[in-house]
Ligand binder design. Structure first.
Ligand SMILES: [Fe+2]
Ligand SMILES: [Fe+2]
Length: 399
């Protein structure tokens, strides 16, 4: 089955999302031992939903380089030259006069995503289930709220990428990487702009950042080592986002959102490639102990993205008091209903392979990826090889 075919049989509700933002007061309450403990996951909430800003400490040094030789790293230079010619304008290249019927859009996606929602339909049949008395009205509302929640987390994740990439401009020691990262900063500003505008003008609603996404972004920003920001953002978060945007693009028939996602994906593929190309060189000179630390960082980020972004806020907004059975049904869904979550790793795993992370240290990460059933993606094309395939064609760009 091709990825597109598989994707078209899955839904968007329930899975993805990067989840940023939160108060530091309850940080790090979830350790590795109880990473999938539902009570621990639900115990964390965003306590700063009414704050206008959140402050995160950046512990990395800002670095000047006096070696201005452009093109010393030819593949990064090529990426930079490509980026300069690939800028689009979120105001003028997208048709914001498009009228969006949100209920029709949600209805279309819920039909496509039948398989993904099956665990919730099954739960609704159980005596005492919090979904027991749900009718069409509630299921449609769930679809609408889930879309708003997911788009909101995309928006917050995009701001995370904006801040992380600005940090990379300051911290990476190579001029070719500083040049490229500066173009990514502009890309991410555009992404924040278009997701915010879509939420404001088409969905007319939004959710604050999910606390687990905020914590993940905080970790990426706080780390004192510049390569950890790359690994967390360009490889893990953007790798997952590239797959997630692709799913949503496949599932929606709404033309404005489809084009918005297509444009964003053309940039994101370059961003992930930037991470692979930069880290490939850097990792060659790290010790085994340092590589093992990166393996663990990558795997923990993967689990956090897969198992903690669970639409908790949606259930609360819909008046469901007892969320635990719902989260339990989602986390313990049969494999066919979790296929979507598995596919979120389709970009991450081949890129980890390209970086040498899978088999280093007696294959620690290989074992972990086998345990969660995603190792089969290892031989898919890595993003540094395929990013050009995502470039916008002349038939897709505005005149
Ligand atoms: Fe982005
Ligand atoms: Fe990006």
């Amino acid at each position: 089955m091709s990825l597109d075919t598989l994707v078209s049989s899955l839904t968007l509700s329930g899975m993805v999302s990067l989840d940023p933002a939160t108060s530091k007061s309850n940080r790090d309450m979830i350790g590795r031992d109880d990473a999938n403990d539902i009570d621990a996951i639900l115990a964390l909430t965003n306590t700063e939903v009414n704050e206008a800003i959140t402050t995160v400490q950046n512990n990395a040094d800002s670095i000047f380089t006096w070696d201005y030789e452009k093109g010393a790293r030819p593949r990064l230079n090529k990426l930079y030259e490509k980026a300069k010619h690939s800028m689009w304008d979120g105001e003028t290249d997208l048709d914001w006069t498009t009228s969006v019927d949100v209920d029709q859009m949600v209805n279309h996606m819920s039909i496509v995503g039948q398989v993904q929602n099956q665990p919730l339909f099954d739960l609704a049949e159980q005596p005492g289930s919090p979904l027991r008395n749900w009718g069409d009205k509630e299921w449609t509302e769930l679809g609408r709220e889930s879309l708003v929640w997911q788009m909101s987390q995309f928006l917050h994740g995009e701001q995370g990428a904006l801040v992380a990439t600005a940090k990379i401009v300051e911290t990476v020691p190579w001029i070719d990487a500083k040049y490229y990262a500066s173009t990514q900063v502009m890309d991410e500003a555009r992404h924040v702009e278009v997701f915010a505008k879509y939420l404001d003008t088409k969905l007319e609603d939004h959710y604050p950042i999910n606390v687990h996404l905020q914590h993940l972004l905080d970790d990426v920003i706080e780390d004192s080592r510049w390569d950890m920001t790359y690994l967390g953002m360009q490889i893990m978060i953007e790798g997952l986002a590239l797959a997630a945007f692709g799913f949503l693009h496949s599932m929606t028939d709404e033309p404005l959102l489809k084009k918005l996602l297509r444009y964003v994906m053309s940039d994101e593929a370059r961003h992930v490639a930037f991470g692979v190309l930069s880290l490939q060189e850097y990792y060659e000179n790290l010790s085994l102990a340092e590589i093992q630390e990166r393996q663990e960082f990558a795997f923990e980020a993967a689990l956090r993205m897969r198992d903690r972004f669970l639409r908790q806020e949606v259930w609360h907004r819909m008046g469901v008091d007892d969320v635990k059975p719902i989260i339990d049904a989602q986390l313990n869904a049969p494999p066919e209903s979790k296929e979507f979550q598995r596919l979120l790793f389709s970009k991450i795993v081949p890129n980890c392979r390209k970086l040498g992370l899978i088999d280093a240290g007696e294959g620690w990460l290989r074992t972990k990826f086998e345990e969660i059933g995603v190792i089969e993606f290892e031989h898919m094309e890595s993003t540094d090889e395929e990013y050009a395939d995502f470039a916008l064609g002349s038939d897709e760009t505005a005149a």
